[in-house]
Design a protein around this ligand. Structure first.
Ligand code: NAP
Length: 276
């Protein structure tokens, strides 16, 4: 694509990584439609010139109609859509045995099918234009299996694989795909995490280990990277002529990703077990 990216739809734009990304993209001159269920402006400081390029949109990634309406509105107002960032997400915690099907499906709905629905709403526009960029926000947890957040890990892994396969399917239409894999990042994600109902029972055989493991993960998140680190990584990809297919911001997380490929699975699981 020769023309620079100007018009962006971003989901999960009210808070955390999405909010930081929306501000950073708008400051670089892009117009960002920031979608969320709250439908509020991205949290954090906005200058007056940011606000003219930050457009809050109420949408729910679990509701295809709201996504379709958002895309139609953008095309009506701007005449084009250059990029979509599928960032909306949340996490559930609990032992696999103590996660009922509905709880597991809810995780899959928002973090996987939510991104799929968002992508499907944008693809007809991208194909007609002959250009478009799709960025999904996966996680380092896609590469490293995390105990007591197994469904989250599995869903982020599925999203990463989907993005890679998609990049092959849509390349002939001039569409590029990229998946960002954040490590621990200090956002509202920690507070928004849901615990499965059964895992909150203190009599559960998993309770103590799960509480200690997820407690450590939550402390790591709250001492983690600023969400702006992800926003800047996303901006760099949108400015590149050809996006990378996967991007893991920060050298230490990149190294973790590489080691997870190189080391034997048993060793990787042993290290993860020591950590959590
Ligand atoms: N924080 C981390 O350590 C970390 C690490 C790896 C990956 N990630 C990923 O990064 C992404 C952003 O998370 P975050 O850390 O920035 O968390 P966050 O601060 O909780 O932000 C999540 C965003 O998603 C939106 N959202 C949730 N469900 C939605 C739905 N059904 N429809 C539309 N919007 C929805 C929320 O807005 P509303 O509530 O207003 O809808 C909010 O704007 C997620 O996909 C997460 O899995 C985070």
């Amino acid at each position: 694509m020769k023309a620079p990216v100007q018009i962006v739809l971003l989901t999960g734009g009210s808070s955390g990584i999405g909010a930081a990304t929306a501000r950073i993209l708008s400051r670089s001159g892009m117009t960002v439609y920031a979608g969320s269920r709250r439908g509020t402006l991205p949290e954090g400081n906005q200058g007056p010139e940011d606000i003219s390029r930050l457009i809050p949109v109420r949408l729910d990634v679990n509701d295809a109609e709201t996504l379709k309406a958002a895309v139609e509105r953008i095309v009506r107002e701007q005449g084009r859509l250059d990029a979509v960032i599928c960032n909306a997400g949340n996490g559930i915690a609990g032992a696999i045995e103590e996660t009922d099907e509905q709880e597991a499906r809810a995780q899959m709905e928002t973090c996987f099918f939510g991104a799929v629905k968002t992508i499907q709403a944008c693809l007809p526009v991208f194909r007609t234009q002959g250009h478009g960029r799709i960025i999904t926000v996966s996680s380092v947890a896609a590469l490293i299996p995390i105990p007591y957040q197994a469904f989250y890990s599995a869903v982020k892994s599925a999203l990463l694989t989907l993005t890679e396969a998609l990049s092959l399917e849509v390349k002939p239409f001039g569409i590029q795909c990229c998946s960002i894999l954040p490590g621990d990042t200090k956002t509202g994600f920690t507070n928004a995490r849901k615990y499965t109902e059964a895992s909150q029972d203190k009599e559960s055989p998993y309770y103590e280990r799960m509480s200690a493991s997820v407690g450590k993960m939550e402390r790591d998140e709250q001492h983690g990277m600023a969400p702006e680190v992800m926003g800047r990584a996303i901006l760099r990809q949108l400015k590149k002529r050809r996006m990378s297919v996967t991007v893991t911001p920060r050298i230490d997380y990149r190294l973790i990703g590489l080691l997870s490929h190189w080391l034997p699975d048993r060793l990787v699981l042993w290290i993860v077990g020591l950590l959590y």
